[in-house]
Ligand binder design. Sequence first.
Ligand SMILES: Nc1ncnc2c1ncn2[C@@H]1O[C@H](COP(=O)(O)OP(=O)(O)O)[C@@H](O)[C@H]1O
Ligand SMILES: [Mg+2]
Length: 291
Amino acid sequence: MPDNIQGSNLKRFMQRKPVKVIAVCSGKGGVGKTNVASNIAVALGSRGRNTCLLDADLSLANVDVLLGLQPRFNLSHVVEGEAELKDTILRGPRNIRIVPASSGNFCMTDLPPAAQVGIIQAFSELTNQPEVMIVDTAAGISPKVARFVQAAQHPVVVVRDEPASLTDAYALIKVFSQHYGVSRFHVVTNQCRTTREGRALYGKLARVTDSYLDVVLRHLGDIPQDDYLVKAVQEQRAVVDAYPRSASGEAFQRVAANIDAMPAAREASGGIEFFLERLLMADNASRGKVA
Ligand SMILES: Nc1ncnc2c1ncn2[C@@H]1O[C@H](COP(=O)(O)OP(=O)(O)O)[C@@H](O)[C@H]1O
Ligand SMILES: [Mg+2]
């Protein structure tokens, strides 16, 4: 692991403002995870937060598609030496920065240690370090997603009012708590018709987790079913940017305000490079466990 980062540059890193890392996940796909991640990021941008959105989901309908951006490079080009990290980063609405998903088989945690150190250093050398990093993870309970969730300070589980979404969200919380030591989860309920339905959906999930698991859940917010969101998706824009006064736009702004109120990491472990280190170390640890 990159000891040199912890050693020689520690002082410099400790002077950095800590980054708040939010990993958005869901038990199943199609529940609105990418919309939640992107709109939270844009809403935080409009609150003046220096925000970075990391697309860690390789499936279709990526963040860049949702926001109408055309990435030229991604992290795999950085590793190949074909681009620098700053060339991969796109600017989105409200000046947020987006690191696009890497195509093909590339996975940051599969890289040899030297390349991992290279990526961590590239992030740490970014001028203007982000205050908040939102990660759009892949759906489901894979070890790769688990690593992002372990490394982030604040996992956010998106759940929709349909039986499969609820049971899959429960399964995700169960596996991440029992096998990966994650015990606190934020929940965003999505696509309910009313706030009351959103609260009831959260209540259903919290009742089963309270009964069977040793976890702490918190309802971070409720995003209503909203035709404006569908319209914004068709226009390849974030609804919070295109229709900020819509029901979902306002709901995303409330979620962003709640995130703003969350505590940031303690200084010494707070910088973006420490998030990446935790990510890569969690990977090594989980491989050790499997082997
Ligand atoms: N709050 C909502 N209101 C209306 N439609 C929604 C809402 N959230 C998600 N959707 C619909 O679900 C689709 C999938 O959303 P997406 O964020 O891509 O899901 P995921 O990333 O979980 O696969 C969107 O394109 C949109 O049509
Ligand atoms: Mg998605």
